[in-house]
Design a protein around this ligand. Structure first.
Ligand code: NAD
Length: 436
């Protein structure tokens, strides 16, 4: 639909997101590197590092019944090169391996020139449910006949979004003659929300135009709410990885490319596998949404419903070996994210994370997120299809096991190393080691 954006970051960056050895640095060193990279001031640096993050008094103004705040580890993924521009990616996630895996995958993708990404116009769908019409077909015709009037009416609300160039784009009518509650008409308002996720803007507009829809149809309007199946607001990422960059010990890159293609095919045909395949994609996307204050439940709902849009739940990605024997990958999914509104500008850590990410629009954020999903997926299926994930994962998981067993901060690494060396990464064994 419409024009697709490749990003307009014309200011060529001299900064590289290749940060060799970043993972080996101390926490304080990493904060310093990232703060320097993004030009963070003291407050932003403190917000990113923890102490300047969300305060209970601020949280008390965000939701109801507040008793405190809840922290998650915040990591930074390196190596992302998207449409020729370098990014450091903030990710809030409690699961070990996600950051290591994605940074590693982004490095391999970089070897092929990085990601190419594009996004559609930020057009969301708002739904109005109509029941009890005297004539469903006539109601449908009346709504379509009044498309221009309804769009003009919609544009009288959500004034500020319209100032930024957004507003109503189309009206659709979807008749359901046979539902458990009789004939139903679903009216769609297609609405460009620019840099906002747009839920509040759309819901307000829908409530405003609903009485006119009731008049036009002679029916009774019930629900007025946006759809999270935001299939008009998608982002796509692609990459081609030279086969040599894919090699792992004992397996040449050519064979790895084929193994990744086979792993993807498993998720294409089998919903049981597709659920896990797509979950891995969302490990990355959700973590960035959380870090940037975006509504990750909305993104989750959009991704999974889009994966099932043909009536059969399938993989969100395509991976295949191209004519040169290199590995081509792509992903397309709904991406209703905002750089304004929601918590993005309220949560101090989200603000600092947004500054680190340095995206200029919701479209650019959407493109970055599609790349994050593609890289996370490559990391997962490549590991699964070659040496399996447990060896690497358990090595990283061991520290969490040691913590869970009650190891002091000073002892965690030593206990974790021992668990890994013994090949016995279990809480019971960690407890024994602590006791000794
Ligand atoms: P919002 O209500 O904060 O509105 C965004 C506002 O930003 C706009 O009204 C506009 O005035 C302003 N703005 C400034 N610069 C802009 C620009 N360049 N482009 C567009 N707008 C600009 O936020 P929202 O995005 O309407 O709603 C998002 C919130 O709604 C999220 O917190 C989400 O969790 C919540 N929500 C989600 C659902 C759902 O997903 N089903 C339902 C209800 C609410």
């Amino acid at each position: 639909m419409g024009i697709r954006h490749m990003g307009n970051n014309v200011a060529a960056t001299v900064k590289s997101s290749r940060l060799p050895g970043f993972y080996k640095q101390s926490l304080a060193e990493r904060v310093a590197v990232v703060a320097e990279w993004a030009g963070l001031n003291e407050d932003e640096r403190a917000a990113l590092a923890g102490p300047g993050g969300l305060q209970p008094a601020q949280a008390d103004l965000m939701i109801e019944n507040v008793v405190g705040t809840y922290a998650l580890p915040l990591g930074v993924a390196a190596n992302f090169l998207i449409n020729g521009h370098d990014y450091l990616i903030p990710m809030a996630v409690e699961e070990p391996s996600v950051l290591a895996a994605i940074s590693n995958a982004a490095r391999q993708i970089r070897a092929g020139g990085g990601f190419q990404a594009e996004s559609s116009e930020p057009v969301m769908i708002g739904q109005i449910q109509v029941l009890d019409m005297p004539d469903l077909d006539a109601a449908c015709r009346a709504v379509l006949g009044a498309r221009a009037e309804l769009m003009a009416l919609a544009d009288q609300y959500g004034e500020s979004v319209i100032r930024y160039g957004g507003g109503a784009r189309d009206v659709e009518a979807r008749p359901f003659p046979d539902t458990p509650v009789g004939p139903m008409l679903v009216v769609h308002l297609l609405y460009d929300t620019r840099d906002a996720m747009g839920a509040n803007t759309i819901n307000t507009t829908l409530e405003a135009i609903a009485p006119r829809v009731a008049e036009l149809t002679g029916g009774r309007v019930v629900l007025r709410i946006l759809s999270n199946l935001a299939d008009r607001r998608t982002a796509t990422a692609r990459c081609t990885i030279p086969q040599d960059a894919l090699a792992v010990p004992d397996i040449p890159g050519r064979d790895v490319a084929r193994l990744v293609m086979e792993a993807n095919a498993f998720a294409v045909v089998d919903p049981y596998r597709a659920a896990t395949h797509n979950k891995g994609i969302m490990n990355g996307i959700d973590a960035v949404c959380i870090a940037t204050g975006n509504d990750w439940r909305a993104i989750e709902a959009g991704a999974h419903s889009y994966a099932a849009r043909t009536g059969r739940y399938t993989a969100l990605t395509d991976w295949h070996v191209d004519e040169n024997g290199d590995l081509f990958g792509s992903i397309t999914l709904p991406m209703a994210v905002g750089t304004v509104g929601g918590a993005t500008k309220v949560h101090p850590t989200a603000r600092a994370a947004m500054k680190l990410l340095a995206v200029e629009s919701a479209g650019e954020l959407a493109r970055v997120l599609a790349c994050v999903g593609l890289a996370q997926n490559l990391a997962a299926i490549k590991a699964l299809a070659t040496h399996g994930i447990q060896k690497g994962h358990m090595r990283l998981h061991a520290r969490q096991v040691a913590l869970a067993a009650g190891a002091s901060e000073a002892d965690v690494q030593a206990i974790a190393d021992r668990l890994v060396a013994e090949g016995n990464v279990r809480v019971e064994r960690a407890r024994e080691l602590i006791a000794n």
